[in-house]
Write a protein that binds this ligand. Sequence first.
Ligand SMILES: Cc1cc2nc3c(=O)[nH]c(=O)nc-3n(C[C@H](O)[C@H](O)[C@H](O)COP(=O)(O)OP(=O)(O)OC[C@H]3O[C@@H](n4cnc5c(N)ncnc54)[C@H](O)[C@@H]3O)c2cc1C
Length: 387
Amino acid sequence: MDVTIIGGGVAGLSLAHELAPDHDVTVLESSSGPRGGGFMIDFFGPGFIAAERMGVIEELRSRGHAFDGVRYGTPDGADSGRIDVGPLVDAAGGRYFSILRPEVELGLLAVLPSSVDLRYSARVTAVHDPTLDGAPASGRAAVELGDGTTLESDLIVACDGVRSVARELVAPGHGPIVPMGYRATSYLYDDPELAAELGERLLMTDTVGRVGWAYAAGGGRVGVMLAERVDSEHTRRPTPDRDRLQRQFAGLHPQVDRALAHAPESFYDDLVAQAIAPRLHRGRVVLTGDAAHAPSLLAGQGTSVAIAGAEALARSLRATGPYVEAGLAEYERRWRPTAEKVQRSGRRSAAFFTPAGPAQLRLQQIARRAIGLPGVSRLVARSVLAP
Ligand SMILES: Cc1cc2nc3c(=O)[nH]c(=O)nc-3n(C[C@H](O)[C@H](O)[C@H](O)COP(=O)(O)OP(=O)(O)OC[C@H]3O[C@@H](n4cnc5c(N)ncnc54)[C@H](O)[C@@H]3O)c2cc1C
């Protein structure tokens, strides 16, 4: 059948990889090429296992990195604790590494079958399904593109991220994002000196209301991520503003201040949000990845569940062959519990990353010390890694 995938990010490319042997696949991606926005992600859990099944894990691992762990730092530059990644890696049976998000996309592109028709600068503006809104007359599902053209297909899969154009059609009333009360920024820049100082540990600031991360991202680059608490009423994507960024996050830690001084003109800046869809498919339109169930960046598992969800959808479609509706129903039945579990964990971990006040910060510091005790680290590792 003809399958149109909206979005050539992690979910879209994973799905295209899996569907290409059996179907005619077109991927429509709004950006002009692979998106460079970089932040380091921890890759483990259901996506790791899915990537093994897909045969792409070695490609991804070759682009990854093994950090020693996290170092916590206070505004005066002192170290206030550390967590080693070793117990997590052991508890995951070695199925755990760090990788820059754009490298996941580039790795999937490197193994994308040549039969996939991947179109950049192709923004989808509307989605139609004959069983839902009566259009188009041909009885096939269709997408409208920004250039005024229409593309019909037998199945449309929305992999277009947390602000999906298709979610409202599939799950009416659930089109908007669900902000979690945080705003996050990230960027990469060249700074061999700071990269060497940061070494093999990510720096995370031990601060209230605002938090910063800095890490050596390879090739003399430094990666920075900054998050702050904001009003959860707003859903509009904020406009990146370098001056505001430098003012807002000044004083978290001397190394973060140095990295802030090099903030580029343009950088990733968005609200931390979830996408909630009580149903994942309707007619011939189906959601996967962040479009279906964004757990938010603070869950630290968005990429993993995006790959796993896409692979689960492809597996269900493969199993049911020509009975596409049955495949979509099977995907929803099998996949929803995992997606919901990761979303719950995302809601819990948000507060952990950016403590609201000194008392909460203190509790975290105590919890961190407990993690250092023999046995506890393994327990924590298991609970983090549980799919
Ligand atoms: C700062 C930050 C840190 C994160 N940290 C982690 C982490 O540690 N671990 C982790 O696993 N995850 C992390 N994530 C989350 C992770 O990046 C996402 O959950 C994951 O990339 C989801 O993939 P996706 O393909 O579903 O969506 P996306 O990556 O958002 O891809 C959607 C694609 O669709 C395209 N698109 C959007 N609208 C349209 C349209 N109308 N027409 C055509 N194309 C369109 C976009 O350009 C994009 O390429 C983090 C995210 C952020 C922002």
